[in-house]
Design a protein around this ligand. Structure first.
Ligand code: SF4
Length: 159
Protein backbone atom coordinates (compact mmCIF):
# COMPACT_ATOMS: atom_id res chain seq x y z
CA UNK A 1 0.00 0.00 0.00
CA UNK A 2 1.37 3.40 -0.91
CA UNK A 3 1.91 6.18 1.55
CA UNK A 4 -0.87 8.12 -0.14
CA UNK A 5 -3.34 5.51 1.04
CA UNK A 6 -2.84 6.13 4.74
CA UNK A 7 -6.28 6.50 6.31
CA UNK A 8 -7.42 8.55 9.25
CA UNK A 9 -10.52 7.58 11.21
CA UNK A 10 -12.82 10.47 12.08
CA UNK A 11 -15.19 9.46 14.85
CA UNK A 12 -18.20 11.66 15.47
CA UNK A 13 -20.30 11.49 18.60
CA UNK A 14 -23.86 10.40 18.00
CA UNK A 15 -25.37 13.43 19.74
CA UNK A 16 -28.96 13.33 18.54
CA UNK A 17 -30.22 15.61 21.23
CA UNK A 18 -28.33 18.85 20.78
CA UNK A 19 -27.06 21.15 18.08
CA UNK A 20 -23.41 20.37 18.88
CA UNK A 21 -24.01 16.72 18.03
CA UNK A 22 -25.71 17.67 14.76
CA UNK A 23 -22.79 19.91 13.82
CA UNK A 24 -20.22 17.25 14.73
CA UNK A 25 -21.96 14.67 12.52
CA UNK A 26 -22.32 17.05 9.59
CA UNK A 27 -18.69 18.16 9.85
CA UNK A 28 -17.52 14.54 9.90
CA UNK A 29 -19.65 13.77 6.88
CA UNK A 30 -18.15 16.71 5.01
CA UNK A 31 -14.62 15.45 5.74
CA UNK A 32 -15.58 12.10 4.24
CA UNK A 33 -17.53 13.35 1.23
CA UNK A 34 -15.81 16.58 0.25
CA UNK A 35 -12.72 17.66 2.14
CA UNK A 36 -10.49 14.58 2.44
CA UNK A 37 -12.52 11.85 0.72
CA UNK A 38 -9.55 9.68 -0.16
CA UNK A 39 -8.03 9.59 3.28
CA UNK A 40 -10.99 9.70 5.65
CA UNK A 41 -12.77 6.73 7.12
CA UNK A 42 -15.73 7.28 9.38
CA UNK A 43 -16.58 4.93 12.16
CA UNK A 44 -20.18 4.40 13.24
CA UNK A 45 -20.08 5.10 16.98
CA UNK A 46 -23.13 2.99 17.92
CA UNK A 47 -21.68 0.01 16.02
CA UNK A 48 -18.31 0.67 17.61
CA UNK A 49 -19.93 0.65 21.06
CA UNK A 50 -21.88 -2.48 20.18
CA UNK A 51 -18.61 -4.28 19.58
CA UNK A 52 -18.11 -3.97 15.82
CA UNK A 53 -14.89 -5.90 15.31
CA UNK A 54 -13.78 -3.99 12.21
CA UNK A 55 -14.45 -0.60 13.82
CA UNK A 56 -12.53 -1.40 16.98
CA UNK A 57 -9.73 -3.03 15.04
CA UNK A 58 -9.36 -0.01 12.80
CA UNK A 59 -9.16 2.45 15.68
CA UNK A 60 -6.54 0.26 17.35
CA UNK A 61 -4.25 0.32 14.33
CA UNK A 62 -4.85 3.68 12.67
CA UNK A 63 -4.84 7.27 13.82
CA UNK A 64 -8.22 8.63 14.87
CA UNK A 65 -9.70 12.06 15.44
CA UNK A 66 -12.76 12.37 17.64
CA UNK A 67 -15.34 15.05 16.93
CA UNK A 68 -17.64 15.65 19.87
CA UNK A 69 -20.59 17.97 20.24
CA UNK A 70 -19.81 18.94 23.82
CA UNK A 71 -17.25 18.56 26.57
CA UNK A 72 -18.66 15.19 27.66
CA UNK A 73 -16.56 13.89 24.76
CA UNK A 74 -18.44 10.63 24.23
CA UNK A 75 -16.65 9.77 20.97
CA UNK A 76 -13.22 10.44 22.46
CA UNK A 77 -13.93 8.48 25.63
CA UNK A 78 -15.44 5.52 23.77
CA UNK A 79 -12.55 5.36 21.31
CA UNK A 80 -9.97 5.49 24.07
CA UNK A 81 -11.83 2.95 26.21
CA UNK A 82 -12.24 0.32 23.50
CA UNK A 83 -9.37 0.96 21.10
CA UNK A 84 -6.60 3.40 21.77
CA UNK A 85 -5.65 7.00 22.37
CA UNK A 86 -7.01 9.41 19.80
CA UNK A 87 -4.48 11.44 17.83
CA UNK A 88 -6.57 14.59 18.11
CA UNK A 89 -9.84 15.59 19.72
CA UNK A 90 -12.28 18.28 18.62
CA UNK A 91 -14.95 19.67 20.93
CA UNK A 92 -17.50 21.50 18.78
CA UNK A 93 -18.59 23.66 21.70
CA UNK A 94 -15.11 25.25 21.74
CA UNK A 95 -15.89 26.74 18.33
CA UNK A 96 -19.61 27.50 18.39
CA UNK A 97 -19.99 28.21 22.10
CA UNK A 98 -21.29 26.01 24.90
CA UNK A 99 -24.79 27.49 25.00
CA UNK A 100 -25.23 27.16 21.25
CA UNK A 101 -23.86 23.62 21.25
CA UNK A 102 -26.27 22.58 23.98
CA UNK A 103 -29.29 24.05 22.19
CA UNK A 104 -31.88 21.65 20.81
CA UNK A 105 -31.10 19.32 17.94
CA UNK A 106 -32.03 20.36 14.45
CA UNK A 107 -33.24 18.52 11.40
CA UNK A 108 -30.82 18.91 8.50
CA UNK A 109 -33.83 20.18 6.52
CA UNK A 110 -33.93 23.22 8.79
CA UNK A 111 -30.27 24.20 8.60
CA UNK A 112 -29.75 27.93 8.21
CA UNK A 113 -26.77 29.68 6.66
CA UNK A 114 -25.60 30.33 10.21
CA UNK A 115 -25.63 26.61 10.99
CA UNK A 116 -23.81 25.84 7.75
CA UNK A 117 -21.16 28.40 8.71
CA UNK A 118 -20.76 26.58 12.04
CA UNK A 119 -20.24 23.29 10.20
CA UNK A 120 -17.61 24.94 7.99
CA UNK A 121 -15.83 26.40 11.01
CA UNK A 122 -15.63 22.98 12.63
CA UNK A 123 -14.56 21.39 9.33
CA UNK A 124 -11.69 23.91 9.15
CA UNK A 125 -10.51 22.92 12.62
CA UNK A 126 -10.81 19.22 11.86
CA UNK A 127 -8.91 19.70 8.60
CA UNK A 128 -5.97 21.36 10.37
CA UNK A 129 -5.77 18.47 12.85
CA UNK A 130 -6.36 15.95 10.09
CA UNK A 131 -3.45 17.16 8.00
CA UNK A 132 -1.13 17.21 11.02
CA UNK A 133 -2.11 13.65 11.94
CA UNK A 134 -1.84 12.48 8.34
CA UNK A 135 1.65 13.93 7.93
CA UNK A 136 2.76 12.32 11.19
CA UNK A 137 1.31 8.95 10.12
CA UNK A 138 3.07 9.18 6.76
CA UNK A 139 6.37 10.05 8.45
CA UNK A 140 5.90 7.13 10.81
CA UNK A 141 5.18 4.81 7.91
CA UNK A 142 8.35 5.86 6.14
CA UNK A 143 10.40 5.55 9.32
CA UNK A 144 9.14 2.05 10.00
CA UNK A 145 9.22 1.00 6.38
CA UNK A 146 5.90 -0.70 6.98
CA UNK A 147 2.80 -0.96 4.82
CA UNK A 148 -0.49 -0.19 6.47
CA UNK A 149 -3.64 -2.06 5.54
CA UNK A 150 -7.17 -1.05 6.26
CA UNK A 151 -10.73 -0.96 5.02
CA UNK A 152 -10.89 -0.40 1.29
CA UNK A 153 -13.94 1.85 1.42
CA UNK A 154 -14.48 5.21 3.01
CA UNK A 155 -17.25 4.17 5.35
CA UNK A 156 -17.08 1.93 8.36
CA UNK A 157 -20.59 0.51 8.14
CA UNK A 158 -22.31 2.10 5.15
CA UNK A 159 -24.87 4.01 7.23
S1 SF4 B 1 -20.38 14.42 23.33
FE1 SF4 B 1 -22.11 15.68 24.04
S2 SF4 B 1 -23.37 15.97 22.20
FE2 SF4 B 1 -22.01 14.24 21.77
S3 SF4 B 1 -23.19 12.38 22.36
FE3 SF4 B 1 -21.95 13.00 24.13
S4 SF4 B 1 -23.34 14.29 25.36
FE4 SF4 B 1 -24.21 14.18 23.28
Amino acid sequence: MSINMVKIGVVSCSGEDCLGGTISRLATRKMLDEVRPGATVTICLPLFLAGGVEERGFAEKFPTISVDGCSKACAKRATEKYSGKVSAAIDVSDFIGKDVAEAGALSTRNLTDEHKAMVDKVVSEVTVKFDEVLRAAQRDLVAKGLAMTGPSGGRGCGC
